[in-house]
Design a protein around this ligand. Structure first.
Ligand SMILES: Nc1ncnc2c1ncn2[C@@H]1O[C@H](COP(=O)(O)OP(=O)(O)O)[C@@H](O)[C@H]1O
Ligand SMILES: [Mg+2]
Length: 381
C-alpha cells in the first residue's frame, strides 16, 4: 500500500570480462540495484545469480564468504580508513579474509604500484588528493583479487580532468585484468565511454540495454532519445560503425590486368592491395597499372605503393576527421593483424556526420527532472 518500488522488473545478465554500466539520474534506483547485486539488500522478488549461485537463496556465512571471494566494491566517497596508512587500506579486503599479514601487504603494495601509487604506501588518506584516494580504493578492490568489481559512482566526486584520468586508468587496467565490472554512473558520457554495454535506468525500470552505439543510433523510446540527444556522437561512434565494405581491392598475387579491371568496374583510380589472407599490403593507382599492362608485366611488382595510414576499428570518429581530410584515398580500417576490414571515404564520414543527430525521435519530457523521492524501498529484482 503506497509503496513504490525503487527497482522493478530489472533483468539483465553481465558477461564475464565486460564493463556493464548502469546509468540513470539520481534516485533512479542505481544504488539499490548494486546493493542487491552485492547481497546487502534482498529483493522482495526475483533472483540474483553469481556464477550460477542464487545469492538470494543463501544467507549468513555463505553469503558473506561468496561476497568476499567474488565481489569487491569501489565507492563514491572512497570509504578509506583515515587512521590507516594507504598500504593498510589497500590490504583491507584481504584482512577481512584472514590472509596472513605479510602476504596481504605484499599484494597490496603490488596493486598500489599498479594504480600509480608506488611510494605512497606509508601516507594517510588525507595526505592524498581525491583522485589518489580513489586509486587506493581501486587498489584495495583489485588486491582482493575477486573476479567481480562493483563500482557505485566511483568517479562522480572527482573533478572532470581527474575523472577522465580515472576512466582511462580503469579502461587500461580492464584491458589487462579482464574483470567483470558493474559500473554505476549518472553521467551519460562516462557511461558511453566506459560501458561495453549500458543499461539505462529510469524510476527503477530499465529503458534500454545496449552498446553505446546501439543506444545512440537506435534509442528504444523517446526518453532515451531525448537523453542522448546532446551526446557528442563523434566521440562514441567508431570507425567500425561508419566504415564501408572495401570494394576496390586486388590480390597482391594478381597482375596489373586484374587491377585495371577492378578499378574500371568500381570506377576508381586506385585499388587497395591485399595478400591472400587479406592483409593490407598497399595501394595501386590506375595509371601505373595501365602502363604495366601496356609493357606486358604480369605482376604488380614495383607499382604497389605503401605509406597508407590505416586506423583501428575502435578509433573514434572524432579522431578520423583530420586523417580523412588529408588523405586523397579512403582511410583503410585494419585489425591487429593488418587485415583490411573496411574503408572510410571522406564522403562516408561526412554522411555519417549528417545522420548523427537525426534519429527522428522527439517529444516527451526532457529527463532533466529527477525521479520523485519515495519514502519506502521495495527492491524488486
Ligand atoms: N533507505 C531508503 N529508504 C527510503 N527510500 C530510499 C532508501 N534508499 C533509497 N531510497 C529511494 O529509492 C529510490 C532509488 O534510490 P537509489 O537506489 O539510491 O537511487 P540512485 O542510486 O540511482 O540515486 C530513490 O527514490 C530513493 O529516494
Ligand atoms: Mg546512488
Amino acid at each position: 500500500m503506497g509503496v513504490t518500488a525503487a527497482v522493478a522488473d530489472v533483468s539483465f545478465e553481465v558477461n564475464e570480462g565486460e564493463i556493464f554500466v548502469v546509468m540513470g539520474l539520481s534516485g533512479s534506483g542505481k544504488s539499490t540495484l548494486i546493493r542487491m547485486l552485492n547481497g546487502l539488500l534482498e529483493p522482495t522478488a526475483g533472483s540474483i545469480e553469481i556464477d550460477g549461485v542464487d545469492i538470494t537463496a543463501i544467507g549468513g556465512k555463505d553469503l558473506r564468504r561468496l561476497r568476499q571471494e567474488k565481489v569487491s566494491m569501489v565507492f563514491q566517497h572512497f570509504a578509506l580508513f583515515p587512521h590507516r596508512t594507504v598500504l593498510e587500506n589497500a590490504a583491507y579486503g584481504l584482512e577481512v579474509r584472514n590472509v596472513p599479514k605479510q602476504e596481504r601487504l605484499t599484494k597490496a603494495k603490488e596493486f598500489l604500484a599498479y594504480v600509480g601509487l608506488d611510494g605512497w604506501e606509508d601516507r594517510y588518506p588525507d595526505q592524498l588528493s581525491g583522485g589518489m584516494q580513489q586509486r587506493v580504493g581501486i587498489a584495495r578492490a583489485l588486491a582482493a583479487e575477486t573476479d567481480i568489481l562493483l563500482m557505485d559512482e566511483a568517479f562522480s566526486a572527482l573533478d572532470p580532468l581527474i575523472r577522465r584520468e580515472m576512466q582511462d586508468l580503469l579502461l587500461e587496467l580492464q584491458g589487462e585484468l579482464g574483470k567483470t565490472i558493474v559500473f554505476i554512473t549518472h553521467d551519460l558520457n562516462e557511461a558511453m565511454r566506459l560501458g561495453d554495454r549500458v543499461a539505462m535506468l529510469r524510476n527503477g525500470r530499465v529503458m534500454q540495454i545496449g552498446t553505446a552505439e546501439e543506444i545512440l543510433t537506435d534509442p528504444a523510446n523517446d526518453y532515451v532519445a531525448q537523453f542522448v540527444a546532446d551526446v557528442d556522437r563523434t566521440r562514441i561512434l567508431t570507425a567500425r560503425s561508419v566504415m564501408d565494405k572495401p570494394i576496390s581491392v586486388v590480390d597482391a598475387n594478381g597482375g596489373p590486368r586484374a587491377a585495371v579491371r577492378v578499378m574500371r568496374e568500381q570506377q576508381t583510380s586506385f585499388a587497395f592491395v591485399v595478400s591472400r589472407d587479406r592483409r593490407l599490403v598497399g595501394v595501386v593507382f590506375a595509371e601505373p597499372a595501365a602502363k604495366a599492362v601496356r609493357e606486358g608485366h604480369n605482376t604488380l611488382d614495383g607499382i604497389i605503393e605503401d605509406g597508407l595510414q590505416p586506423v583501428d576499428p575502435d578509433t573514434a570518429v572524432a579522431d578520423l576527421f583530420t586523417l580523412c581530410a588529408e588523405s586523397p584515398l579512403p582511410v583503410p580500417v585494419t585489425d591487429r593483424t593488418d587485415k583490411l576490414l573496411g574503408v572510410i571515404p571522406r564522403v562516408t564520414l561526412l554522411a555519417a556526420l549528417g545522420n548523427l543527430n537525426g534519429n527522428g525521435h522527439t517529444g516527451e519530457a526532457a529527463p532533466a527532472s529527477a525521479a520523485t523521492a519515495h519514502t519506502e524501498v521495495t527492491a524488486d529484482a
